[in-house]
Design a protein around this ligand. Structure first.
Ligand SMILES: NC(=O)c1ccc[n+]([C@@H]2O[C@H](COP(=O)([O-])OP(=O)(O)OC[C@H]3O[C@@H](n4cnc5c(N)ncnc54)[C@H](O)[C@@H]3O)[C@@H](O)[C@H]2O)c1
Length: 242
């Protein structure tokens, strides 16, 4: 399994969940120390590999997937969890903020998924691609994540397009839509009031834990999810119903 954003948060939990069910993990993050710590803490650490990589390096993505194939002895699932969020008032967003979100949250994902899809097609036998969006793709945001939600809306459209493109090869492509999850991203540039408002808006009345999202990633990568493709799966405690 290839897991991006594996240095912390949901990506780290997904790497752990895959390792726990016996899968080998190729863990990727631009935070080299963090991703090393994740890999070292997985069940049977010698079976896994940590790779420090900034996904904005588009030209190297094909080689990265080649490394993953060699390390894992074949490819099955990509869980592309990595993302970036700067919360800013609408009127303070600069072009560089817009570019950061679009580059990391959308552009890198397109070229990564395509490289992974191409490798799966060449390998034969199907596979799984799992991307990450945000409830803002439907609701918008009042919390200053304006450029972020624009990119995350694109992730859903892109994933559905990939689902059509790669479906004939037995490859499913889905998007996970987490609600408020208790990670560093949830608390960065945020106020306790905004976090509390998210909890109040959630029928379960609490933040989700990264493990509660990771289990859905493992499900989507499994044979149990063989007829699910093009879905945007809400893991929001009911905060987003559609
Ligand atoms: N936490 C939430 O409440 C929440 C809600 C909705 C959606 N999401 C989405 O879920 C995913 C995981 O979120 P999280 O809360 O675990 O985030 P996080 O900030 O805790 O972790 C994100 C990880 O991505 C890595 N990363 C960022 N840019 C990168 C790059 N260019 N190259 C490689 N790695 C990079 C970071 O180093 C970090 O380890 C993200 O896509 C996020 O947008 C999270």
């Amino acid at each position: 399994m290839v897991v991006t954003g594996a240095a912390r948060g949901i990506g780290r939990a997904a790497a752990r969940a895959f390792a726990t069910v016996g899968a080998r993990v190729f863990a990727v993050d631009r935070d080299g120390d963090g991703v090393e710590r994740t890999a070292a803490g997985l069940a049977h650490p010698a079976r896994h590999r940590a790779r420090c990589y900034d996904l904005r390096d588009i030209d190297g993505l094909g080689a990265l997937i080649g490394e993953a194939r060699e390390s894992l002895g074949g490819l099955w699932a990509l869980a592309h969890v990595a993302g970036v969020l700067r919360r800013q008032p609408m009127d303070e967003i600069r072009e560089e903020d817009w570019d950061l979100h679009l580059d990391v949250d959308l552009k890198a994902g397109f070229f990564l998924c395509r490289a992974f899809g191409q490798a799966l097609v060449a390998q034969g036998g199907g596979g799984r691609i799992i991307n990450f969006s945000s409830p803002g793709f439907i609701k918008g945001t009042r919390k200053g994540a304006h450029a972020y939600v624009a990119a995350k809306g694109g992730v859903v459209s892109m994933s559905r397009d990939f689902a059509r493109w790669y479906g004939p090869h037995g490859i499913t492509v889905n998007t996970v839509v987490p609600g408020p999850i208790d990670t560093a991203m949830q608390h960065t540039d945020n106020t306790e009031e905004v976090v509390a408002a998210g909890v109040a808006d959630c029928p379960l009345g609490r933040l989700g834990q990264p493990e509660e999202v990771a289990s859905v990633v493992v499900f989507l990568a499994s044979d149990h999810a063989s007829y699910i493709s093009g879905a945007a799966v809400s893991v929001t405690g009911g905060a987003l119903m559609y």
